[in-house]
Write a protein that binds this ligand. Structure first.
Ligand code: NCD
Length: 300
């Protein structure tokens, strides 16, 4: 059994195996997986979620597992129970725990408290490793490779955990990365240095919203829940948008990705553009998370 807390926990061959296994899962979505029958996955979401929560539940059910969802607003946490006690209780019920929590480091800590595998579904602004696996899978599916692609990461790079995890993985897989963020929302310098040092990643930075030359433009929303000043968040949200005119400067085969939810950084009229790839990207969530559950529950 294995935890999955950070993209750093995975070596490249393990990620490649996970992506291959996700491909098999996608081809055989309706096959029964006897070894998972009778197993229980618990989902503990202390922050809002649509895709991550539902796709993990769907993935577990497609594998033949059952799911016990913990609902924060309805739980004893509201009465004052500690996270540690809640985790210990759920660990006694389930075979795997999938946790999303606003505190950075909470998933790592949960893995220390629990004897069953813990999967990080997002810990504050820190890491979102399963989103990154979905992103790698979706890029490979659309473009047939990752190495050598020009990938621009665009938006609130300071607070978006999906971007932090993804930058490290893109470095590992040899993509050329451009980080485009409004002033003040740049990617953590420590993570940029880590990607350069560990993988020799080619990374440039810019404040200028520009799609020219990109094979993949990966956009995220301004993470307003991580701002102390909501006015500043709203101002930045309005200023950094992928308008249809901007897409005219993109390469014909550029794919536009987003972990979703999108607010107005990608207006609805862009959904009809041949560049828009985010809904297909989201659909990869189920097979990839089936592969992640298989990885977490493996024996030996
Ligand atoms: C992301 C998250 O929660 O970090 N959503 C997701 O899991 N697909 C992105 C976001 O909330 O902006």
């Amino acid at each position: 059994m294995a935890d999955l807390i950070s993209i750093r926990d995975l070596e490249k061959p393990t990620i490649e195996k996970l992506l291959e296994s996700a491909q098999k899962m996608e081809k055989n979505l309706f096959t029964s997986h006897e070894k998972f029958q009778g197993k229980v996955a618990a989902t503990l979401f202390f922050e809002p979620s649509t895709r991550t929560h539902l796709s993990f539940q769907t993935a577990a059910q497609r594998l033949g597992m059952s799911v016990v969802p913990y609902t924060h607003s309805n739980s004893s946490s509201v009465k004052g129970e500690s996270l540690q006690d809640t985790l210990k209780i759920v660990d006694g019920y389930a075979d795997a725990l999938i946790i999303r929590h606003p505190a950075e480091g909470s998933a790592r800590w949960a893995a220390e408290v629990c004897k069953h595998p813990v999967i990080n579904a997002g810990d504050g602004g820190n890491q979102h490793p399963t989103q990154t696996l979905i992103d790698l899978y979706a890029i490979q599916k659309a473009r047939g490779k990752i190495k050598g692609l020009n990938v621009s990461l665009i938006g609130d790079l300071a607070h978006a955990r999906a971007m932090r995890s993804l930058l490290l993985a893109l470095g590992m897989f040899g993509a050329k990365v451009k980080l485009i963020a409004p002033k003040g929302l740049e990617m953590s310098e420590a993570v940029v240095e880590e990607a350069r040092e560990k993988f020799g990643a080619q990374i440039e930075t810019s404040e200028q919203l520009d799609l020219a030359g990109a094979d993949v433009a990966y956009v995220c929303r301004i993470q307003k829940e991580r701002f102390s000043d909501p006015y500043q968040a709203a101002k930045l949200q309005a200023s950094f948008r992928i308008m249809p005119e901007l897409l005219k400067s993109a390469k014909d085969d550029m794919i536009l990705m987003h972990p979703l939810p999108k607010i107005d950084e990608i207006p609805p009229e862009v959904d009809a553009s041949p560049h828009a790839y985010y809904f297909q990207q989201a659909a990869c969530g189920v097979p990839v998370r089936m592969a992640v559950l298989e990885y977490a529950l493996r024996e030996g």
